[in-house]
Design a protein. Structure first.
Length: 328
């Protein structure tokens, strides 16, 4: 690899992508971001990042051809991330087609690849949250929305390539992100984390609210999620790019489910306020598709050699609130 090697981050102006770009640039790498910026303030996610270049997605194929001998690795975070997306053709072109094209390109050019999968591939969770990436293991999962299906289809295609001995990138990983929260997510609109929504509400003098439970076995606010701090996600991605022994599809959570009430309590604590929460009915449109429990099984990532601890919910929220206060 030449001295002027380039690290490419697709979706690099987005939430996880911009944090990856910042971390790579912070350690002195030459970083190229591929993303749309649009008319909003998404560019602010990159305002403090020393980039080598930024490329529009519709020019990315030509850019790859021109720089194919310089690419050190591709971190592919670019996707439609809204679980409510109903346009199947958009999901195919932006979530499936682009990922598989990059998979083939990285395999042919021997370039490491990390791509974003999702915990949405687990559907209602009745089959558990085991990141068994064999064709047989993946066949059991039934995503509940188009977004989850698009990520699942990519995982299944890659599993077939591996099982059938086709060419793969020299190092690769698909990461099934659970409930990620942290800096640089404000542009996500309604898809931003509840941690950020609560901070915004409380900062404006509003009253915090959580969904009421519609199941007898869960208290109001007692629905459980595996909340993972974005800095931990970045640490895992950098570790994958540095190690040369293991590839696969891995869960990326903490392995410990916590309640929405725990999350809200951590936000109140970090903001120095006493908890006061109202409970509201869950919209009927999502009631039959709502997950009451997610918890990443982390055995495989640990067995692959990742040893760093994951940030506790309380410490992660405290760090996030401090960042929000400092950055507006």
């Amino acid at each position: 690899m030449p001295a002027d090697q380039l690290y490419v981050v697709t979706g690099g102006a987005g939430f996880i992508g911009s944090n990856v770009a910042a971390a790579l640039a912070g350690r002195g790498e030459r970083v190229v971001v591929v993303d749309w910026l649009g008319l909003g303030d998404k560019w602010k996610n990159l305002a403090d990042v020393a980039l080598h270049d930024i490329v529009r997605p519709d020019a990315f194929t030509g850019w790859l051809h021109a720089h194919r001998d310089q690419v050190a690795a591709i971190v592919h975070m670019g996707a439609i991330s809204a679980t409510t997306e109903r346009d199947g053709d958009r999901l195919v072109s932006e979530n499936i087609r682009l990922t598989l094209d990059l998979w083939d390109w990285c395999a042919n050019h021997e370039v490491p690849l990390v791509y974003a999968s999702s915990a949405a591939t687990y559907g209602d969770g009745l089959e558990g949250f085991d990141d068994d990436a064999s064709p047989e293991g993946l066949e059991r999962l039934k995503p509940m929305n188009g977004y989850g299906w698009s990520k699942h289809m990519v995982d299944r295609r890659i599993a077939m390539d591996v099982a059938e001995g086709r060419r793969t990138p020299p190092v690769w990983a698909g990461l099934k992100f659970f409930n990620v929260y942290g800096p640089r997510e404000a542009h996500k609109g309604d898809m931003r984390s509840v941690a950020l929504k609560l901070y915004e509400t409380l900062s404006a003098g509003g009253r915090a609210s959580l969904f009421r439970s519609h199941r007898a076995d869960y208290a109001d606010g007692g629905q459980l999620r595996d909340f993972v701090y974005v800095a931990d996600c970045v640490a895992v991605i950098l570790w994958i790019l540095e190690q040369k022994r293991f590839s696969g599809v891995y869960n990326l959570g903490t392995g410990k489910a916590r309640s929405w009430l725990d999350l809200a309590g951590a936000v109140f604590e970090a903001m120095g306020q006493s908890p006061e929460i109202a409970y509201i009915d869950m919209p009927e449109a999502i009631r039959d598709r709502y997950q009451y429990f997610t918890e990443a099984r982390m055995d495989r990532l640990r067995q692959a050699g990742y040893r760093a601890p994951f940030t506790s919910l309380e410490d992660g929220v405290a760090g996030y609130v401090a960042w929000l206060k400092a950055n507006g």
